[in-house]
Design a protein around this ligand. Structure first.
Ligand SMILES: C[S@@+](CC[C@H](N)C(=O)[O-])C[C@H]1O[C@@H](n2cnc3c(N)ncnc32)[C@H](O)[C@@H]1O
Length: 361
């Protein structure tokens, strides 16, 4: 008996079951693309406000072209997302589905998440070239990345940052109310910083990111909110020196795609005050592949890693840590950087991330 199975040795039932699963994946991927379109065009938000309506009525309410809306609705019916009444030729989004697909759903809006699939597909050809030649891509090759990331993280910040996330560190809300110095590393479009600055006017906040585009968005939001205690700087956090000390440093999903994550963690440890706190938010996963098999979005984690997080790090000549670097490696890198105490926690509104509260003592 060799390792290579001949056709006659294949378990036919298992092969057919596998083929069915592949076809399900293919159809699901197409539904994902259409859900992303539904989110971006506002069609789910429109549908949620309407009773059963014709494609013309839905297109009219959404201000969109009827022919495209009709074809999209048919795809949504095939995906069992929208109900169709063949007699009346009307379409309806059940409330139980709207609860996961509309902007009103806040951090529960899964349609927002689906946008990552077309975003990643946009770099498929350059990624294939990376498979052949090595190297990586630059952030500039993902024109919608900052917008999507900001949409996704803002939902969590709005739902849970002040009420649930900051209280994970004992005594932190009280210290923020009394007034402390806070830095956010890899702040992106800065919404989390602005939310904290608005909630804690006695504290001062600085957000660092090397993306001029993201820092521009962050500054514009701070200014539109009239915040005088939040500032933003275009800064490579791997080259941060002579800043701090800060009583609190945060990093929201910005460590795993660093080119030089160990250097960044060492910089953070240097600029956190001796009695200060580092709150690191990063993808919830195990460092052991086999532990991640039960994660409902496990394939997504390694896909987004291959097509973005690992790849932008490699594009800067970096380590290519990967999205699912995992809890074990994260804790050991935090300890190596000088954080003797690391606690790992969960937040209900954010099932995708783990919350690391690290102190030096
Ligand atoms: C996954 S995004 C997270 C953004 C933001 N914290 C949020 O939650 O929306 C990672 C961010 O880290 C920034 N970044 C990556 N490496 C950086 C570096 N060496 N210095 C500064 N910013 C960096 C990227 O520009 C990006 O905005």
């Amino acid at each position: 008996m060799t390792d290579i199975q001949t056709t006659s040795q294949i378990d036919v039932a298992a092969a057919e079951e596998f083929a069915d699963r592949l076809i399900g994946m293919f159809d699901g991927a197409c539904a994902t693309l259409m859900v992303s379109v539904g989110h971006q065009t506002g069609l789910f938000d429109t549908l949620a406000t309407l009773p059963a309506a014709s494609s013309a009525g839905i297109a009219d309410s959404a201000g969109l072209d009827e022919r495209y809306v009709r074809e999209w609705l048919k795809a949504m019916v095939m995906a069992r997302i929208v109900h169709h009444d063949p007699e009346a030729d009307t379409y309806r989004l059940p409330a139980a589905h709207a609860a996961w697909l509309t902007r009103d759903a806040g951090s529960d809006n899964l349609a927002r998440l689906m946008q990552y699939v077309p975003l990643l597909a946009g770099v498929e050809q350059p990624i294939i070239e990376c498979f052949r030649q090595g190297g990586g891509l630059s952030y500039a090759q993902y024109p919608r990345f900052h917008q999507l990331m900001a949409e996704e993280s803002a939902a969590v910040a709005d739902a849970a940052l002040v009420e649930m996330i900051l209280p994970l560190a004992p005594g932190l809300p009280g210290r923020l109310s009394r007034g402390i110095h806070v830095a956010d590393m890899g702040c992106g479009s800065g919404h989390a910083v602005n939310v904290m600055a608005a909630a804690y006017p006695a504290s001062s906040f600085v957000g660092y990111d090397f993306s001029e585009e993201a820092i521009g968005v962050a500054r514009a939001e701070a200014s539109s909110l009239g915040l005088t205690n939040a500032r933003f700087e275009v800064q490579d956090v791997a080259a941060l020196d002579d800043v701090g000390p800060f009583d609190l440093v945060t990093a929201f999903d910005s460590v795993h795609d660093q080119a030089h994550p160990a250097a960044v963690l060492a910089n953070i440890a240097r600029c956190v005050a001796d009695d200060g706190t580092f709150l690191m938010v990063d993808i919830k996963a195990s460092s052991m592949l086999e532990d991640n098999l039960e994660l409902p979005w496990g394939t997504f984690l390694y896909t987004v890693s291959t097509m973005h997080c690992m790849t932008v790090s490699l594009g800067l000549g970096g380590d290519g840590l990967g999205t699912a670097w995992g809890q074990q490696l994260a804790v050991s890198m935090l300890q190596d950087a000088g954080f003797g105490n690391v606690e790992v926690m969960d937040v209900e509104d954010d099932p995708v991330n783990s919350y690391y509260v690290a102190t030096k003592a």
